[in-house]
Design a binder for this molecule. Sequence first.
Ligand SMILES: [Zn+2]
Length: 155
Amino acid sequence: MEACNQQRALIPSYLDGELSEAQAAPLRKHLLACQDCRNQAQGEKSLKAWFRTEGPAEVPEGFAARIARRAFDGDTGEPVAPLPAQNEAPILRFVLAATSVAAAVLLILAITLRSSDLPSSDRLRADSDSPQQLEEVLRELDRVNAKAALEAERK
Ligand SMILES: [Zn+2]
């Protein structure tokens, strides 16, 4: 049938929504009347649907990475607290602990220096112990601070 060939040529464009209403109206009418062309249109439609669902667009971007990350975190499917908050808390605790240790050492150092200073002023300045001890304590403090900074950086 001549009319069928004419209408079938329009089916792909019709399915893509590219036909004007003036072209689409007669085609719709024909499809309602003609079983063969309806089948043809149906076949083309499912073929298009097949191609449309194929491809990477179905999976959201970064989906696999998110799943992997959650799995490594031991996610049980329950909502997880944001990662930064989880990671920063231990570092903050460590820094605070290191700082308070350093503060305590400084306080002890200050008391020691003061108490050792008073008698030493009466004695001869010959006691070289105090400055040496001071150097040692300061070196120890530097070590503690450097270690704290290193630990904080590593995490
Ligand atoms: Zn037909």
